[in-house]
Design a binder for this molecule. Structure first.
Ligand SMILES: Cc1cc2nc3c(=O)[nH]c(=O)nc-3n(C[C@H](O)[C@H](O)[C@H](O)COP(=O)(O)O)c2cc1C
Length: 297
């Protein structure tokens, strides 16, 4: 989206755009006595982050811009709190679960597109929206990712086996992980279930959504967290279930070959992996959470 300027006929000089623009690109030049007040848009250093806040805030739709996408205008926009009450939202958020049981039922492309559309409206640092997505539905390709996870965990299993000897040569974080007794138990459990033919990586979900960026960005992981959260909440509204699969994210980032097999370049950064399917489980209550650790200063 490129902001071109203001339509002088429509502009009522309310200065809302001047107050709203995070880059300070709308200005009201000083006027001489008798001269009409003006608001102009100036961006000599390309500081516009294309957040569209000027379009959103202008009461008379005076912002001229270039974009294939049109803005959205609907009832409730001026007062989002009128769209949903807090109790309903809170119930909705608490009802979300990471789903690990799926029906053998296809998720339609229409449903996936609807979820992606909701993800599009996630906030991102500097409004970069640098996230890219791969929707993996081909069972062969899903299996390639699954096998890369199994391979990664098999390596971890080996590290645990020889931990007494190798722990001195490993980075602190890996050393802590492999010496933690729980890691050994969960890895052994994982391989037991894999040996029994269970899909302990993707839980037989029919869709694996991978989000990645072509270049390393400081905030890319944060951005991915938000866009995937939009996706999880959107999927829930369609009656679908999701689960973030951190293991697959880690495995993909270590496996250039599998990255290329699913159509992303070997140097790209995988920032999140989400499975999507029809839940085959119903929950009766929301589990407790840890009490908040908050300091007020
Ligand atoms: C970044 C991230 C990575 C995760 N990785 C996995 C994973 O590899 N496998 C898995 O079964 N669940 C994974 N989860 C799901 C968490 O275990 C789950 O969110 C947590 O237990 C809380 O449960 P809830 O999502 O139902 O509230 C992941 C969640 C997040 C946010």
């Amino acid at each position: 989206m490129k902001i071109i300027g203001l339509d002088d006929e429509k502009c009522i000089k309310c200065l809302d755009c001047v107050r709203e623009c995070p880059s300070g690109l709308f200005i009201k030049p000083p006027t001489e006595l008798g001269e009409k007040r003006r608001v102009i848009f100036e961006d000599p250093y390309e500081g516009c982050i294309e957040c569209g806040h000027c379009i959103a805030v202008c009461p008379t739709d005076a912002i001229i811009y270039d974009d294939a996408d049109d803005y959205l205008e609907y009832e409730g926009m001026k007062d989002p709190s009128s769209l949903i009450d807090f109790e309903t939202l809170n119930k909705y958020l608490r009802a979300r679960r990471s789903i690990r049981n799926y029906k053998d039922k296809e998720v339609s492309d229409e449903q996936i597109k609807t979820i992606l559309e909701a993800m599009r409206y996630a906030p991102s640092a500097r409004n970069d929206q640098a996230w890219k997505y791969i929707i993996v539905k081909d069972p062969g390709k899903i299996d390639k990712i699954r096998q890369s996870v199994i391979k990664m965990l098999a390596l971890l299993r080996k590290l645990i086996k020889y931990k007494a000897v190798i722990k001195y040569f490993l980075p602190k974080s890996v050393k802590e992980m492999i010496t933690e007794p729980r890691t050994k138990v969960s890895i052994e459990d994982f391989f037991k279930r894999i040996d029994e033919g269970e899909d302990d990586v993707f839980y037989n979900a029919p869709v694996v959504l991978v989000t990645y960026t072509e270049h390393e960005g400081d905030m890319a992981l944060n951005d991915a967290g938000i866009t995937l959260t939009h996706g999880m909440l959107a999927a829930q509204a369609l009656g679908l279930g999701t689960c973030w699969i951190g293991y697959a994210q880690e495995a993909l980032n270590r496996n250039k070959e599998v990255k290329e097999a699913i159509g992303i370049s070997k140097d790209s950064n995988v920032n999140g992996v989400l499975i999507i399917g029809h839940p085959d489980v119903k929950y009766h209550r929301a589990p407790p959470r840890k009490t908040l650790d908050v300091k007020w200063v």
